[in-house]
Write a protein that binds this ligand. Structure first.
Ligand SMILES: *Cc1c(COP(=O)(O)O)cnc(C)c1O
Length: 218
C-alpha cells in the first residue's frame, strides 16, 4: 500500500470535523513529501531535534505538531514555528513555552497532556493539576501560550473496554476544564490502533502514524 492510498483511505473514513495529524516520526523527508503531495499539511513529530530538521527542509505551509515528551531546555529550538504542542505535562513547561514564544512575538497553541493510562511509563498530569493550572493567577498572566484542549494516550493493551474507559475519562476531564476555559476545543486522542474508538468517545484530533507510513524501524 502506498502512503497516498493509505492517507486517502483514512481521510475518507474520518468524520469531517476530525483533524488528522500524520505522525511522521522516524520517517525521511522523501516519504513525508509523498503525504504532502497527497494534500496532508499537519505532521506530528515526537523529537524536537528531528522536527526542526524537517521544518528546515520542507515546505513552509506545513503545520508541525510536537506530540512527544517536551524537554524544557529544547523548547527554544521549536518556538519560532511549532503550530501545536500536545505534550505539556506540567506548569513549568507551559511557562517555558510562554517565555520562548514571547521572544518570537508569537502565541503558541498547547494541549495539556492528561495521564489516563494505568501504565507508569506514560506521561501526563492529573485532572486536578490541570484544573489548578487553568484557575491560577499565574496562568492568566501567560500571554504567549494558548491552551486549546487536552491530549491523552490510552494504555497499550488489547482490552477495548479499558481503552474505551480511558478515552471517556479524558473526555470527562475535557468537559470539566471547559467549565473553567470555555474556548477549549481540542481532544487529541487516538492512534493507528484505536482512533476509530477514540472518535466514538469524543476525540476531535487523531494522531496516526503507522497506518499511513507503515511500521517504524527504530
Ligand atoms: C508514535 C505516536 C503516535 C502514532 O502511533 P501509531 O500507532 O503509529 O499511529 C501517536 N501519538 C503519539 C504521542 C506517538 O508518540
Amino acid at each position: 500500500m502506498s502512503i497516498t492510498k493509505n492517507l486517502q483511505d483514512i481521510q475518507s473514513q474520518l468524520p469531517e470535523q476530525i483533524t488528522l495529524v500524520a505522525v511522521s516520526k522516524t520517517k525521511p523527508v522523501s516519504e513525508i513529501m509523498e503525504a504532502y503531495q497527497a494534500g496532508q499539511r499537519i505532521f506530528g513529530e515526537n523529537r524536537i531535534q528531528d522536527m526542526v530538521e524537517k521544518y528546515d527542509e520542507m515546505p513552509k505551509d506545513i503545520q508541525w505538531h510536537m506530540i512527544g515528551h517536551v524537554q524544557r531546555n529544547k523548547v527554544k529550538y521549536m518556538a519560532h514555528f511549532v503550530s501545536l504542542i500536545h505534550g505539556v505535562e506540567n506548569f513549568k513547561t507551559l511557562k517555558e513555552i510562554n517565555k520562548q514564544a514571547a521572544r518570537h512575538d508569537r502565541t503558541i497553541d498547547c494541549l495539556l497532556q492528561i495521564k489516563i493510562a494505568t501504565e507508569d511509563s506514560k506521561f501526563g498530569m492529573s485532572a486536578t493539576e490541570a484544573s489548578e493550572i487553568l484557575q491560577s493567577e499565574e496562568f492568566s498572566d501567560l500571554k504567549n501560550v494558548n491552551v486549546v484542549g487536552v491530549m491523552g494516550m490510552a494504555t497499550f493493551t488489547e482490552n477495548q473496554e479499558q481503552i474505551k474507559r480511558e478515552f471517556l475519562s479524558l473526555k470527562a476531564v475535557f468537559q470539566d476544564l471547559k467549565k473553567i476555559i470555555p474556548k477549549l476545543e481540542t481532544i487529541s486522542m487516538g492512534m493507528s490502533g484505536d482512533y476509530k474508538l477514540a472518535i466514538k468517545c469524543g476525540s476531535t484530533m487523531v494522531r496516526v502514524g503507522s497506518s499511513i507510513f507503515g511500521a517504524r524501524n527504530y
